[in-house]
Design a protein around this ligand. Structure first.
Ligand code: ADP
Ligand code: MG
Length: 386
């Protein structure tokens, strides 16, 4: 992290020929439980991880904007007056979409100066750990500071979401940005996606001798296309057929009626969301009453629901989950939007290397690509670094 921070400062000086005004950072996130519940206005329980995106930013005297990233070999330039969803594309739609979205939330973009911005990151891209929220949140916090906008973190989360929905064109919910902006060390963020009420819930992993192992399958997913939008449409159709505003308004007890009203596929999509909401509530209660060693079955049940009802898993994710479970994990599930990305496993510290070795072996045996298996800690959210 120290390297990333000082590295981006040095890179900024090299690229732009001057010092930045400051360096900001924001983490990626892992969702402990609550998948595809966010846009259904339900509950999620993500935590910020110790993988971060850093943003070095310096204001300019004119209205130019220049942005670069170690992720991309190009410097994107435009005028603040030209900022708008139609003018943005590619990776720079994330940081520049945030600048535009701040205006949508009331910042007077005609009264602010342009800026030079350089991004670096150690959040794996497209792995389901939300490199997208990390870049959005780092840039949102940076611009909020240098432009002296005074938005609170909940609003900055909405700004990041707006950028991703409109400037990038990915119909994602508010979870990722909330985790990245509101996370705290060794804690998860229990988020009500309807009220946007957020509570920090201590995880107590260290004290319990437990680690979160990430298994990045290397199978890439694309939010802007395909399955994610399709599942979202199914949920909307299900809510409409049941006469409710969103699936948040459907309880586990309502599922019998839902089965009669809905076709089989829509019913199973709805059942995933409704039971997943309940599992999030159960996980928060279990964490508070019994600690993290007691949440394994909830994680396992979440995976089964995503695999069989929501149908967003892939063979690599199923293998990762099953292998972890068979080698000492207390619980495991795929995490993120699905169709690739990562699985998480809750593993006693002394079983971590056994799980790692077993997953490597199982993937080789199935001729799947080499997975990236590593542990993450629940970490503090976005912050100014210097
Ligand atoms: P995820 O959020 O799961 O990592 P997404 O597809 O939602 O995957 O977001 C990844 C995209 O976000 C990248 O393709 C890129 O356009 C943008 N992005 C993420 N991190 C960076 C970065 N450090 N520099 C530039 N663009 C980034
Ligand atoms: Mg993303």
């Amino acid at each position: 992290m120290t390297d990333l921070r000082s590295g981006v400062r040095d890179d900024f000086a090299e690229v732009f020929g001057r010092e930045p005004d400051g360096v900001w950072s924001a983490p990626g996130r892992v969702n402990l439980i609550g998948e595809h519940t966010d846009y259904n206005l339900g509950f999620v329980l993500p935590f910020a991880i110790n993988r971060r995106t850093v943003a070095a930013l310096g204001l300019r005297e004119d209205r130019r904007v220049r942005v670069g990233s170690t992720f991309a070999d190009e410097l994107v330039e435009l005028d603040l007056d030209a900022l708008g969803p139609d003018a943005l594309g590619g990776w720079s739609a994330y940081p520049l979409g945030v600048a535009w979205a701040l205006g949508q939330f009331g910042a007077d973009l005609e009264a602010v100066p342009g800026f030079d911005l350089l991004i670096d990151s150690n959040v794996p891209v497209g792995a389901g750990l939300s490199s997208s929220a990390a870049i959005e949140s780092a840039v949102a916090l940076a611009l909020n500071d240098v432009w002296r906008l005074g938005f609170d973190r909940q609003t900055l989360a909405k700004v990041g979401q707006r950028a991703e929905n409109v400037a990038v064109g990915a119909p994602t919910g508010i979870m990722d940005q909330s985790a990245s902006l509101l996370g705290e060390a060794d804690s998860a963020v229990f988020l009500d996606c309807r009220s946007l009420d957020a509570q920090v819930v201590p995880l107590g992993l260290e004290q319990a001798g437990l680690e979160i192992v990430i298994i990045d399958t290397g199978v890439t997913h694309a939010h802007a296309t395909g399955g994610y939008a399709d599942r979202r449409a199914s949920c909307e159709a299900g809510a409409k057929a049941l006469g409710v505003e969103s699936l948040r308004d459907v309880s586990v007890a309502d599922l019998d009626r839902a089965r009669e009203v809905l076709d089989d596929v829509t019913f199973r999509r709805v059942r995933h969301v409704v039971t997943e909401d309940q599992r999030v509530l159960d996980t928060v209660r279990t964490l508070r009453e019994h600690g993290p060693a007691a949440i394994g079955e909830l994680l396992d049940a979440s995976h089964v629901s995503m695999r069989d009802d929501f149908e967003i898993s892939v063979p690599e994710l199923d293998l990762a989950v099953e292998t972890a479970q068979a080698n000492g994990a207390i619980g495991a599930r795929m995490t993120g939007g699905g169709f690739g990305g990562s699985a998480i496993a809750l593993v006693p510290t002394d079983a971590v290397s056994r799980v790692q070795v077993a997953i490597d072996g199982a993937f080789a045996e199935h001729s799947f690509g080499q997975p990236d298996v590593f542990t993450v800690r629940a970490s503090q959210g976005a912050q100014r670094e210097s």
